[in-house]
Design a protein around this ligand. Structure first.
Ligand SMILES: [Zn+2]
Length: 192
């Protein structure tokens, strides 16, 4: 039976670059992988998966993908989902059905928790049901592993607000838990 995988990490942990490389690895050996992403993430134009280091590829929207026929889905050797934290639990269950009933592996990349350290519903569902889970690591400015996604604006760290805030001027930075709790977005010794 095929498996469903969850690779999670904080902002900047190369999740999208890994998704694109996994896709490339399949294509390189003549296998047919499909890139999918939820439409809620429109930062890069709706149907493109784009990483910070410049790699990009077209993707199918998850909302469209859930309407694919079994025959269409089985024509792929692997389904790769980026930004999976924006998927609903129902969509995650659909993805697991692909592994279980169609024998096509599903590889998901996304954030574990939001800017308040609360699980995204899609990520919670994946953590609960996936076959394999692995952390993609990145570092805080202090050098420790970054596990928290701090939301910030010109006034500093933001603690309140909706889980998904698109089109706002707020930004995100990955911090270790200590500096997240302290609200320290950068090294005070080199602050301008
Ligand atoms: Zn730190």
């Amino acid at each position: 039976m095929a498996k469903i995988y969850f690779y999670y990490g904080a902002m900047g942990s190369s999740k999208t670059a890994n998704a694109l490389m996994t896709h490339f690895n399949y294509q390189e050996v003549g296998q047919n992988a499909l890139l999918v992403k939820p439409s809620i993430d429109t930062r890069d134009g709706v149907q493109t998966v784009k990483s910070r280091i410049g790699l990009s590829h077209e993707a199918v929207l998850l909302e469209d993908f859930v309407n694919y026929t079994e025959e269409q889905i089985k024509s792929y050797d692997c389904i790769i989902v980026d930004e999976v934290q924006f998927a609903t639990p129902q969509q995650v269950d659909f993805l697991s059905d692909i592994a279980d009933f169609m024998n096509v592996p599903v590889v998901c990349y996304g954030l574990r928790a939001d800017f308040q350290n609360k699980l995204f519903p899609g990520s919670e569902r994946l953590i609960t049901i996936c076959d394999e889970i692995k952390e993609l690591k990145t570092v805080c400015w202090c050098g420790k592993k970054a596990t928290c996604n701090a939301r910030y604006n010109e006034n500093g760290i933001v603690r309140e607000g909706s889980q998904v805030m698109l089109g706002a001027n707020d930004s995100y930075i990955a911090l270790c838990r200590y500096h997240f709790k302290k609200g320290m977005l950068q090294n005070p010794d080199i602050e301008a």
